[in-house]
Design a protein around this ligand. Structure first.
Ligand SMILES: CC(=O)SCCNC(=O)CCNC(=O)[C@H](O)C(C)(C)COP(=O)(O)OP(=O)(O)OC[C@H]1O[C@@H](n2cnc3c(N)ncnc32)[C@H](O)[C@@H]1OP(=O)(O)O
Ligand SMILES: O=CC(=O)O
Ligand SMILES: [Mg+2]
Length: 528
């Protein structure tokens, strides 16, 4: 095993495989250590603020727009100009940082490509470091792969790269600074910046990021401070880094202007991260006796609270000259069933047509097979224009009550309950085996969609409204009885695998325990 030269006070306990030392260089690790020392205390403070806020919400407090930042919401300001490479983002493909998928995504024909260390990635040590190797090679256009008789390499024209580091809640447990685990997000960001920022600038783009799962503008300020220090350390002009923030928590929806304002020198807009958003609503109002959402499949972008959120995001972005990027329909191409495939493709088309017609500048797709049809829907509205940021939505008026108008509440069905249990076990089992994104029942499932499934089961057990349409109350006993049955169905699809037994156990613990695990990936991370 290769020996690394580590900065004073840093320990690495992950295996150092071939090629890792090229990423974990002394200077790159020095940047990781510097940022960690400068910002770890504040990250922990902000995570503690989340816990305190959650307690107040559990006790019945309702979020509202912040009085102390009204001057920012009412002020007449814009974000700094967007670089040319980020002006046209009609279709953004997303996917884990796995080598083959990296090449396929770059070549997919999408305008941009969000490579993902978050929702679609299981953060096993190997995924984190080989992900960095893959991105380094892709940016330099030296990436290639021979697999299953196919040769993979990059086309001449590829998508613009945007990187999503892990959220504030996730640690990188394999790296300690002064005896403490560091932030996973800072680790992903710093390594990527160190190795690639200058190379990207030399090639006509730049270091562009997606920032996940934030709950407040103060969390965005932390990223901004990190950008400023990193640009100084690397000798880059301030404002070089650009970041799109995912509005994917109900609390962030009340601070969209403030988040853009904090990042105004570094902003490249907002994205409507719908799946984590739904999860966040369930998590934040899980104890509210009046809150209970219907079967997961019924909670769509046309649900009142989702529609309000999507329109407010769009209006807020365009008012500030910022791109508004739509989220992802979880539908993916269905092989060997043309009829079902037509329905799925129709679903994606409707989703993208809605976003484009509303005024969004682009939207996410999960699979290369969806790029063309999503592009067609955006081109129908945009024509030859790269975006429609000039389209102001002053007609949109969204109140706090609109954001909190949680419907539909019905139906909750046995099929919906079993679906959640089945998806939960299947996804957790795959994640434990190192795969963070899986097709399940013809849908893309990742950490955000799986969170909805497990959170609904927990909440239906506890809410008096958690009643199946045939009148039976959802109970812990009912769920515990269904888990082995659903585990058998999962195994019939994926085969035997110890991780699925473990997943079923963890799913049972999580659904029936008195306390609600903040993120399912937190207890899971201790297992990998
Ligand atoms: C809530 C959120 O955060 S959304 C963002 C996070 N989620 C994602 O990014 C979803 C990413 N998508 C995926 O991982 C995959 O599409 C899955 C798991 C849903 C389905 O994967 P598969 O069943 O392997 O798809 P399928 O077999 O149809 O793939 C066909 C080809 O497309 C490639 N492909 C599929 N999805 C992607 C992708 N997102 N990026 C790049 N290549 C892809 C496959 O690698 C495969 O390549 P090959 O023909 O060269 O072997
Ligand atoms: O990250 C995206 C989401 O929908 O969650
Ligand atoms: Mg998300």
């Amino acid at each position: 095993m290769t020996q690394l030269t580590l900065p004073a006070g840093m320990e690495i306990n992950g295996a150092i495989e071939a090629g890792y030392a090229e990423i974990l260089t002394p200077d790159a690790l020095a940047l990781v250590a510097k940022l960690s020392r400068a910002f770890e205390v504040h990250r922990q403070e902000l995570l503690a603020v989340r816990v305190e806020r959650a307690k107040r919400l559990d006790a019945g407090e309702r979020p509202d727009f912040l009085p102390e930042t009204a001057h920012i919401r009412n002020g007449d300001w814009k974000i700094a100009p967007i670089p040319a490479a980020l002006e046209c983002r009609r279709v953004e493909i997303t996917g884990p940082v796995e080598r083959k998928m990296v090449i396929n995504a770059f070549n997919s024909g999408a305008d941009s490509y969000m490579t993902d260390f978050e929702d679609s990635n299981s953060p096993v040590w190997d995924n984190q470091i080989t992900g960095q190797i893959n991105l380094r090679d892709a940016i330099r256009k030296t990436i290639s792969l021979e697999q299953n008789g196919k040769s993979y390499k990059l086309n001449d024209k590829v998508a613009t790269l945007v990187v999503r580091p892990r959220g504030w809640h996730l640690d990188e447990k394999h790296v300690l600074v002064d005896g403490k685990r560091i932030s996973g997000g800072i680790f992903d960001f710093a390594l990527f910046m160190f190795h690639n920022a200058k190379e990207q600038l030399a090639r006509g783009a730049g270091p562009y990021f997606y920032l996940p799962k934030m709950e407040s503008h103060l969390e965005a300020r932390l990223w901004n401070d990190i950008f400023v220090m990193t640009q100084n350390e690397l000798g880059l002009p301030q404002g070089t880094i650009k970041a799109t923030v995912l509005i994917e928590t109900i609390l962030a929806a009340f601070e969209m202007d403030e988040i853009l304002y904090e990042l105004r020198e570094h902003s490249s807009g907002l994205n409507a991260g719908r799946w984590d958003y739904i999860f966040s609503c369930i998590k934040k109002f899980k104890l509210d006796k009046d809150f209970c959402l219907a079967d997961r499949a019924k909670v769509t972008m046309t649900a009142p609270f989702m529609r309000s959120y999507a329109l407010l995001l769009l209006k807020t972005c365009h008012k500030r000259n910022a791109p508004a990027i739509g989220g992802m329909a979880a539908l993916i191409p269905i092989k060997n069933d043309p009829e079902k495939n037509d329905i799925a493709m129709g679903g994606v088309r409707t989703d993208k047509a809605r976003d484009a017609t509303d005024g969004y500048d682009g939207g996410w797709v999960a699979h290369p097979g969806l790029v063309e049809l999503a592009m067609t829907e955006f081109k129908k509205v945009l024509g030859d224009k790269p975006n429609q940021i000039s389209k102001q939505r002053e007609d949109v008026n969204v109140s706090a009550a609109d954001l909190l108008d949680f419907k539909p509440e019905a139906p909750i069905t046995e099929a919906g309950l079993r679906y959640n249990i089945n998806v939960g076990i299947h996804y957790l089992g795959a994640w434990l085996a190192g795969n963070g994104c899986v097709p399940i029942h013809n849908l893309m499932e990742d950490a955000a969609t799986a969170e909805i499934s497990r959170a609904q089961v927990w909440q239906w057990i506890r809410s008096t409204k958690g009643v199946l349409e045939d009148g039976r109350k959802v109970t812990a006993e009912m769920v515990v009885a269904m888990i082995p049955e659903e585990l058998l169905k999962v195994k019939a699809l994926v085969g035997e695998g110890a991780t699925y037994d473990r997943a079923a156990k963890i799913f049972e613990e999580m659904s029936t325990s008195a306390s609600f695990a903040e993120f399912l990936t937190l207890p899971l991370y201790e297992e990998i």
